[in-house]
Design a protein around this ligand. Structure first.
Ligand SMILES: [Cu+2]
Length: 228
């Protein structure tokens, strides 16, 4: 009888060992971590859009490189390749607010088909519009506490402006596969649950050439430094 605990322990060990043998570890998804080290592009005077011509001929979008209002601080990192799964539309509605005369966030990534909300959190009117080919819209002017939505039904990049405050600009990236992320202002990013495989890694940053490189994801988390 004194032998039972040992036998039980042995049985448990056999069960654990068997489960290790029978689970195919190659099917595990892994997280891709990284940091984009490239600095934002220098802001340069940008030709005014037709809508502003009667006000100013040239508009300088320059509030300082490190201002969080500078979309150039934020990179979009996404994987492309063969037979990628389709991105799921999230349960929570993605938000691009208008706050302190900025779009927050100024770079937003969403799955194709997503509806984005644009609430005005300032104590004055804003307007939200885009002339981008992927999605043209004009939400009109609305005050604090009001909001409006846009459904982005095609993949691509949409540049967003406010008609009232000409320094406000932002980007919505609409993506087809679930493997995408926006970096923080220091370039850090994570893409969760990437299935093992070989992909093209793409890095977008405002007014800079796109970076592409081949990347192989295995079972373990991967850490990348990009754009050194
Ligand atoms: Cu505004």
């Amino acid at each position: 009888m004194w032998n039972w605990p040992k036998t039980g322990l042995l049985a448990a060990l056999v069960v654990v060992l068997l489960s290790m043998v029978t689970v195919d570890s190659s099917s595990y998804a892994a997280d891709l971590y990284g940091q984009v080290l490239r600095r934002p592009a220098k802001t340069s005077p940008e030709r005014a859009m037709n809508r502003y011509r009667d006000r100013e001929n040239l508009v300088k979008f320059d509030a300082g490189e490190d201002c969080l209002c500078n979309p150039g601080l934020f990179s979009v990192i996404y994987l492309t390749g063969q037979n990628l799964p389709q991105a799921n539309i999230p349960d929570s509605v993605p938000i691009m607010a208008q706050k302190d005369k900025m779009f927050v966030p100024s770079v937003l990534t969403v799955a194709v088909g997503s509806t984005v909300e644009f609430p005005n959190l300032d104590q004055f009117f804003h307007n939200v519009f885009s002339y981008s080919a992927v999605k043209q819209f004009d939400l009109g002017r609305y005050p604090q506490g009001e909001s409006a939505t846009v459904t982005f039904d095609k993949p691509g990049i949409v540049k967003v402006f406010c008609e009232i405050h000409y320094t406000m600009r932002a980007y919505v990236h609409i993506l087809e596969s679930p493997y995408f992320a926006t970096s923080d202002e220091r370039g850090n990013f994570v893409i969760n649950d990437v299935m093992p495989g070989t992909y093209t890694l793409n890095v977008w940053q405002e007014n800079l050439p796109e970076i592409t490189q081949t990347i192989t994801i295995k079972n373990d988390s991967t850490f990348l430094k990009i754009g050194q």
